[in-house]
Ligand binder design. Structure first.
Ligand SMILES: *[C@@H]1O[C@H](CO)[C@@H](O)[C@H](O)[C@H]1NC(C)=O
Ligand SMILES: *[C@@H]1O[C@H](CO)[C@@H](O)[C@H](O)[C@H]1NC(C)=O
Length: 347
């Protein structure tokens, strides 16, 4: 009798201590991005690097939207396959980064210029993009000298993406184990390596890690399941059955395209229950929906719905920069699942 009780007590104490730490850091139990109010500025010390790297076989058009601090000089541009480009933001910057696909800016007639992630048809974005898009979100200084960041599928998924923390010679950060700071989300068939994936043979590095600090990768997703994860009704372009033209619902036998962007249930239906808004805007009143459950399976370290913050927000001392890699390859990381939720809080 004693043991389960003791365990329950320890677990409760752990959760309570964690809540207290998060609250002390100004980290209310909700998507942290909504809780920090950081004023936007036009100019400031923009010396924190955001490196955008494209390992996709096609061009990606990265976009950067600022909610606070000083944004980069270039908020959207073409990044050819294999290229990288570094933009600089202020050390208190808050915002998001995503990749746009299939863009044509000249002569698109004023509507959308990109298939996914479009921002009003502009090349240099002046606001957030259209869902679905995989996001990297940052609050570089959320108070008490702490940086908060995450990968988010809350607005849907378009491209595989990884975040590699750049310590910037900051000793608070160079000492962190990189296998706990660099999450990756790979949910596209063409970009997924087999479950036995090991990038560390021959002393190679991968996403800022090596065999001394190997990233824990998901081992359950297969090539067959990855192409089916997006719920049928949330696909941007669901394939139609050859010959009869009607949408079968759902039909697992119909092959899907390799590039299969996926709306979140919130982005597609915009209901309080799916978006955790209105009467569902409270912890315990908003549960993971069919989309967020599927998203969490393919990308365990990413936000899947608005109250997923306990499992998805990386916290560390300020001073770091970040590299965003589109189509990192390999497999999704499962840092939190395999190492415990505490490892992503470097406080
Ligand atoms: C970025 O691109 C430049 C040239 O395009 C290359 O020399 C450099 O190694 C690249 N850096 C990274 C981190 O990929
Ligand atoms: C759209 O972009 C995706 C991802 O970059 C790519 O796989 C696909 O081939 C592109 N489609 C077209 C029609 O260019």
């Amino acid at each position: 009798m004693l043991q389960p009780l003791l365990f329950a007590f320890l677990f409760f104490a752990f959760v309570a201590a964690r809540q207290a730490r998060l609250a002390a850091a100004g980290h209310a139990p909700h998507h942290y991005m909504n809780r920090f109010k950081i004023a936007k500025r036009q100019s400031g010390d923009a010396n924190t690097p955001l490196m955008l790297t494209n390992w996709c076989p096609d061009s990606v058009w990265p976009a950067i939207d600022s909610q606070g601090g000083t944004g980069p000089s270039n908020t959207g541009f073409e990044l050819a396959s294999g290229d990288n480009q570094t933009e600089y933001v202020s050390s208190d910057w808050q915002g998001r980064v995503w990749g746009r696909t299939n863009c044509t800016f000249s002569g698109h007639g004023g509507g959308s210029a990109c298939t996914t992630g479009d921002c009003g048809g502009l090349e240099a974005c002046q606001g957030p993009g259209a869902p679905p898009a995989t996001l990297a979100e940052f609050t570089l200084n959320g108070g008490q000298q702490q940086t908060f960041y995450d990968l988010s599928l809350v607005d849907g998924y378009n491209l595989p993406m990884a975040i590699v923390m750049l310590p910037n010679s900051n000793t608070d950060l160079t000492t962190l184990d990189p296998s706990t700071t660099n999450p990756s989300c790979v949910a596209s068939a063409g970009n997924l390596a087999p479950p036995t994936f090991n990038p560390y043979t021959n002393s190679q590095q991968f996403l800022g890690t090596d065999s001394n600090s190997p990233l824990p990768f998901d081992t359950k997703i297969t090539a067959a399941t990855i192409s089916q994860w997006c719920p049928w009704d949330l696909q941007v372009t669901p394939p139609s059955k050859p010959a009869n033209g009607a949408y079968p619902y759902p039909d697992t036998k119909i092959p899907r395209p390799a590039f299969d962007p996926c709306y979140s249930a919130c982005a597609k239906y915009n209901t309080d229950a799916y978006c955790c808004t209105g009467t569902a805007d409270e912890r315990g009143k908003c549960s993971p929906n069919y989309y967020s459950k599927a998203a969490k399976q393919v990308c365990p370290d990413a936000y899947s719905y608005a109250y997923d913050d306990q499992d998805s927000t990386f916290v560390q001392p300020t001073g770091g920069g970040f590299q965003m890699i589109f189509c990192p390859g390999g497999r999704s990381t499962d840092i939190i699942g395999r190492k415990g939720v505490g490892v992503i809080e470097h406080t």
